[in-house]
Structure formats: C-alpha cells, structure tokens
Design a protein around this ligand. Structure first.
Ligand code: ADP
Ligand code: MG
Length: 154
C-alpha cells in the first residue's frame, strides 16, 4: 500500500489505483498512509454514498496530523477547519447540501484552495466543474456491510 500511495502523491501525471478495505481500521490506515503526503496545496474529493466511509477515511488522515477536534461531516456548516502539527490547516468540506458550484462560490468560495489541504466530501457530485485539474479523486463503493472499494485517480 505504502509504495502505491507514495507514487500517487508524488506524481503530477494521471493515475488510477484501487484498494479494498475490509473493515473500518483498514480505511483509517489508508487515510493515515495518504496523510503522509498531503501538503498545503493538496485537494482531495471523497465521493460515495452515505455511509461509504468518507468521514472514516478522514479520521485516518486526522490521526496523522494530531488533530484533536472530533472529525465529523460539516454538513450544515459546509466547512470545518482543523489545526494540524504540520504548519498548515486542513479544511474539511461537505457539499452534500449544495445544489451546484454557484452555491459553493457564494457560500464558501475557492480562497481555501492552496491555503491549506482541502478535503471535500461529495466534491465530484456537486462542484466538479470548479475543481483544479490536480485534484485527487477518491471514489468509495460500498460492497457489503464491511467491505469498501477505494478507487483513487486523477
Ligand atoms: N471498511 C469500512 N470502511 C469504512 N467504514 C466502514 C467500513 N465497514 C463498515 N463501515 C461503517 O460504515 C460507516 C461509514 O460512515 P461514514 O464514514 O460516516 O460515511 P460517509 O462519511 O461516507 O457518509 C461507519 O458506520 C463505519 O463503521
Ligand atoms: Mg461523512
């Protein structure tokens, strides 16, 4: 897993990588592994039905960065800001309740991009048209109660 994640996070080219998670801990571990390569400029979208594991994956990321606040989806506030031990903040978005990117621009805007890592739940569904091309897309499919397929691409 580590070599693949490293390749993904250090290349600017297109890539596609698949990972099967068999339980919550697998998903947290994948998030934690990813987190090592996240920088101030990273933009990641997390896509997949409710309960697929978007927030669990983000908890894995949070554990790497020593984030103390509880990580929960900012469905009503749109964005949560977490301080990290890495010298840049993490902005956690959940755009599920928005209709389109116009609404995102009015309510939130893209000023957050590149001023901290941006992790956007439901990003591809709602605001795909304004995502920079270097965005890393994570599509999560719920296979059964405890198994998830992660497709990570750009
Ligand atoms: N392999 C797995 N990875 C992530 N979550 C899992 C997995 N198996 C079961 N779950 C459960 O699925 C749910 C995922 O919830 P959550 O991360 O909040 O979803 P989302 O943010 O996509 O709506 C949790 O209740 C978690 O316990
Ligand atoms: Mg969520």
């Amino acid at each position: 897993m580590e070599e693949n994640v490293k390749k993904i996070m250090t290349t600017n080219d297109k890539f596609e990588f698949e990972y099967i998670s068999k339980n919550v801990d697998d998903t947290k571990l994948l998030g934690k592994e990813f987190a090592k390569y996240i920088t101030k400029d990273t933009i990641i979208t997390l896509n997949g039905e409710l309960g697929s594991g978007k927030t669990v994956f983000l908890m894995g990321i949070a554990s790497h960065f020593g984030i103390e606040n509880d990580v929960c989806s900012p469905t009503f506030t749109l964005v949560n800001e977490y301080n990290t031990n890495a010298g840049f903040p993490i902005f956690h978005f959940d755009v599920y309740r928005l209709h389109d990117s116009n609404e995102f621009m009015e309510g939130v805007g893209t000023d957050y991009f590149y001023s901290g890592a941006c992790l956007i739940e439901w990003g591809d569904e709602i605001i795909e048209d304004i995502l920079p091309k270097e965005t890393i897309h994570i599509d999560i499919t719920k296979n059964d109660e405890n198994t998830r397929t992660f497709k990570i691409w750009r």
